[in-house]
Design a protein around this ligand. Sequence first.
Ligand SMILES: Nc1nc2c(c(=O)[nH]1)N[C@H]1C(S)=C(S)[C@@H](COP(=O)(O)OP(=O)(O)OC[C@H]3O[C@@H](n4cnc5c(=O)[nH]c(N)nc54)[C@H](O)[C@@H]3O)O[C@H]1N2
Ligand SMILES: Nc1nc2c(c(=O)[nH]1)N[C@H]1C(S)=C(S)[C@@H](COP(=O)(O)OP(=O)(O)OC[C@H]3O[C@@H](n4cnc5c(=O)[nH]c(N)nc54)[C@H](O)[C@@H]3O)O[C@H]1N2
Ligand code: SF4
Ligand SMILES: [Mo]
Length: 887
Amino acid sequence: MADGVRTTCPYCGVGCGVIATPRPGGSVSIKGDPDHPANRGKLCSKGSALGETTGLDGRLLAPEINGRTATWDDALDLVARRFSETVAKHGPDSVAFYVSGQLLTEDYYVANKLMKGFIGSANIDTNSRLCMASSVAGHRRAFGEDIVPGIYDDLDEADLVVLTGSNTAWCHPILYQRLLAARQARGTKIVVIDPRRTATADECDLHLALDPGTDVLLFNGLLAHLERSGAIDRAFVAASTSGFSEALTVASAEASSLADVASGCGLAEADIRLFYELFAATERSITVYSQGVNQSAHGTDKVNAIINCHLATGRIGRPGMGPFSVTGQPNAMGGREVGGLANQLAAHINFDKSEDVDRVSRFWNAPRMARRAGLKAVDMFRAAGDGRVKALWIMGTNPAVSMPDAGRVRAALKSCDFVVVSDVTHTDTTRYADILLPAAAWGEKSGTVTNSERRMSRQRPFLPLPGAARPDWRIICDVARRMGFGDAFGFEGPAEVFREHARLSAFENNGERLFDIGSLSAIEDQDYERFTPLLWPQPIEGNPSARLLADGGFPTSDGRARFVAVRQEGVALAVDAERPVALNSGRSRDQWHTMTRTGRVPRLMSNAPEPVIEIAPEDATRQGLSDGDLAHVSSRYGFARARVAVSSNQKPGSAFLPMHWSGRFAANAGAGPLATPITDPFSGQPELKHVPVRVEREAVAWTGTLVTRRDLRPTGFVHWTRQPVEGGWVYELCGTETPDQGILLSRRFLDGFAHDRLVEYTDRRGLNYRAAALDDDGALAEALLVAPPGQLPPRDWLVSLLGSREPLGAMQRMALLSGRSPVPMPSIGRVVCACFNIGVNQIAQSVASGCRTVAEVGESLRAGTNCGSCRSEIRKIIDEARLQAAE
Ligand SMILES: Nc1nc2c(c(=O)[nH]1)N[C@H]1C(S)=C(S)[C@@H](COP(=O)(O)OP(=O)(O)OC[C@H]3O[C@@H](n4cnc5c(=O)[nH]c(N)nc54)[C@H](O)[C@@H]3O)O[C@H]1N2
Ligand SMILES: Nc1nc2c(c(=O)[nH]1)N[C@H]1C(S)=C(S)[C@@H](COP(=O)(O)OP(=O)(O)OC[C@H]3O[C@@H](n4cnc5c(=O)[nH]c(N)nc54)[C@H](O)[C@@H]3O)O[C@H]1N2
Ligand code: SF4
Ligand SMILES: [Mo]
C-alpha cells in the first residue's frame, strides 16, 4: 500500500481524484491525484480532511431489527419477506425505494433494476430529485436527452463565464480555482447571478443580485437583447433547432426593454446592459448553473431560459461554450445514467414509448416490468404518510433533515408500516427505521461514479470492511435473491454489474441515445480494477474532444434542439405581512449536507461552528435583531432557531440559513422543516431556495458552555448546538428561562451522569454556575459553565485542556471554576483556513506585522495556499485590519 490507492472524493460533483494511503495505527493520509483530469492533484478543504472521516466512531457496524442487533440473515430475510408480502397484498406500487447520489453506479443500477424490472413499480426516486431534476427535465425538453454538452476544459477556454444560482467558490471549489487560474491566464470575465453576495461573487467582474426567482425574466431579456443586437446565429438556428420564433416572441413580450427587466428583477439597468452586451459580444460564453436555478418552483423553465440563449447563439458543445449544469453529489450523474429517477427507466431510456419499455424488459428478462413513472420524492413521502406506500427502503440519504417540510416527512416515516434504512452511521432518519442495515463507507466500497463532465472514475477500497458492514450493491442483491429473483441478481462483484450496465446502454441503441458506454461491456475484471478516469460516451467516434451536441445532431426525433417558450412566473409562495422575509438556504464552505461525516471533523467545523441565519440590516432593524441574538424563524411549515448575523450580503427582505444542521448537531436549526414542499410542475423538484418566514428575537436569559469528552444529546433546552474538538465536544446551551432555572436545567442534565470527581460552584446571586469533573488521572473530563448572556469566558483554555489529557496542576485546578486560563493564552480565533487550521486572529496578527496581500499572508502562515476557498475571506480580514489601522 506504500503508493496509496487511487480513488475519487465522495463529496461534490467535481469528482476529484484522491490518493489514499492507510497508515499503521488506523490513520489515512490523503492527497490529490495529480493524474486525475478533474483536479490535477488539488483538493478542497473537505477533500483534504477525508482522512479524518474514516474512523469508526459512530459507525453502524451490525444490522438492527427494531433497535436490537441482528444477523444479516435475519435482517435480509425480514426485508425480503415484508417487501414480498406487501407487494403480494397491495400491489407493487405499495412499496418504494428512496436512494441517493451517494450510491455508486453499480449500487444504483441494481436498486433500479430490482424496483423497475422485478418488483414492477417505478417507485424508486433519489435525493437527486431535490438536486438535479430540473436540469434533467430542461435537458430533455431542449435536447431530447439528459445531456450535459460541456467538459471542464471549457472553463479554461471560455472568455465569459456566467455563474448563476451557483456558489461555485464553496460548492465546486476546485472548478472555481481552475476558473480563477484561467482568468489569470486569459482574462476570462466572470458574471455572478445570485440574490446573495457570496464568496463566489467576491471575485467576479459583475454581480447581479437579482430578486429571488426572477431568472427567467433575466434570460428572456437576454434572448430579446441578442435578437436586437444581431447576435443570433441564424444559420445554426435554422439548421439545428425549432421553436425559435415562439420563444423569442414570448421573451420579447415580457422583456421588451431593459427597464422592464430591471424593475422585474430588482436590478440596475446599467448592470443588466453590461451583462447583456458582454454576453452578446463574447462567442466563448459558458453559463454554469446549479441550485439557485434547479431548486425552484419554475426550475425547469429557468434551465430552458438559459439553454435558449445558448441555442440562439449556437454556443453549445464547442470549446469554451455552452450551458453547464454542474452536479452536486459525487454520483448524481451516475444516478441519471442508470435511470434512478422515478420518471426515467434506465440508461437514458424513458417510459414514453412502449417499445422502449419492452426493450429494457427483454434485456433484463424482467418478469414484472414497470410501465409508467413512479412517485417522485415529495409525493413518495406523502404516500408513505397516508398509507399508500407501506414499505419504504431508504439508502444513503437523510430525508428527515434534507426533505422540504421535514416535519411532515418525519411524521410519514413514523407512520409508515415498514421502514428500512441503509446508512453508514446513525442519523435523524435512522431513528425511524424498523430495520437498519450497515453499509460500507467511502474507503471500503468499490465501484464507479460519474462527475459533472460525464467522467467516470473509480472509487476503490483501501480499508477493510468494518464489523458486519456490506456494500450497498450486495445488500440489494441479497434482498433480491431472497425475493426470488436470484437469476437476475447473481452478480459476483461491482465489475459484473458495471458490464451489464454498459451492455444495456448499447442495447439496440443504434445511435438513438448518446449515453452509450457499450465499448466497456466486456471490460475484464483486471481492467475494471485499473480503470482510469474516462469520459462518456465511449467510444467517442469522430469527436475526440468529448464535447457533445456541437454540430446539431440532437437526440430528438428530428435531430433538432427545441427552444422552449418560457414565461416568468412568481415564486410559489410570496412574502406577506405575517412572513415578510424570503428565506433562502444552501451550503456552508466546509460542511457536507447533513454533516454525518464532515460534522465530526474539528477543523471543518471551526469556520462556521454554529447555525447562523444571515439577515439584511434593514430587516434586522425592523425586527429588532442584532448580531449574535438568537432568532426564532418560522414558516407556515415549521420553525428553527439560529444565531443572527446581520449582513449586507443579503438583499433587503431576504435571509439565508444553511441546510446542514441536523438534530445531531443542534436542537432545531435545520432549513428542512421550514422549506416548502411545493414543486416544479415538470421536474417535481421542490422550491428549496425560497420560503416566506418570520424572524423574531428570542429573549435569551442565560447561556452555557459544556466541554466534554462524551457524545451527548442534550434535552430540555430551548437551544443547543455542538461542535467537535480535539478530545471531545463543545456544547453551547441557552434558554429563555430565568438564570436560576437555567442552572437547574443544566445541573439536571449533568446529574444524568455519574461524576466521582465533580466540583461545583454557584455564585451568591444565582446567576453563575460552574462545574468540572476530572478523570482518574486528574485530567479534565468535563466542564460546564453557565452565565448571563455575554458573560461566559472564552472557551479556548478548557478546550485545550480537554485535548491535552494532561493531569491538571494546582494552579489550573484553582482556575478551573473561573473557566479562565491562569496564564494569558492567545486565541487563534475562528478558523478561516481549514486546510492549515489558521484562525482569524493569526491572520490579523500577520497583517499587523506587515503582510499586505493574500499572497504575503500565505507565505507567512500558509493560510489560503491549498484549496484557496478562504482567500476572499483573508482579503476581507486584511482590508478590515488596514482600515482599522488607518482610523
Ligand atoms: N461545501 C459544500 N459543497 C457542496 C455541497 C455541500 O453540502 N457542501 N453539496 C453538493 C451538492 S449535492 C450540491 S447540489 C451543490 C450545490 O451547489 P450550489 O448550487 O452552488 O449551492 P447552494 O448553496 O445550494 O445554492 C447556490 C446559490 O443559489 C442562490 N440562489 C437562491 N435563489 C436563487 C434564485 O432565485 N436565482 C439565482 N440565480 N440564484 C439563487 C443561493 O443564494 C446560493 O448562493 O453543492 C455541492 N457541493
Ligand atoms: N433546505 C434545503 N434542503 C436541501 C437542499 C438545500 O439547498 N436546501 N439541498 C438538497 C440537495 S441538492 C441534496 S443533494 C440533498 C442532500 O441531502 P441528503 O442526501 O439527505 O444528505 P447527506 O447528508 O449527503 O445524506 C447522505 C446519507 O448517506 C450516508 N452515506 C454515506 N455514504 C454512504 C454509502 O456508501 N452507503 C449508504 N447506504 N449510505 C451512505 C450518510 O451517512 C448520510 O446519512 O439535500 C437537499 N435538501
Ligand atoms: S472539489 Fe472538494 S469536495 Fe469536490 S470533489 Fe474535489 S475535493 Fe471533493
Ligand atoms: Mo445536491
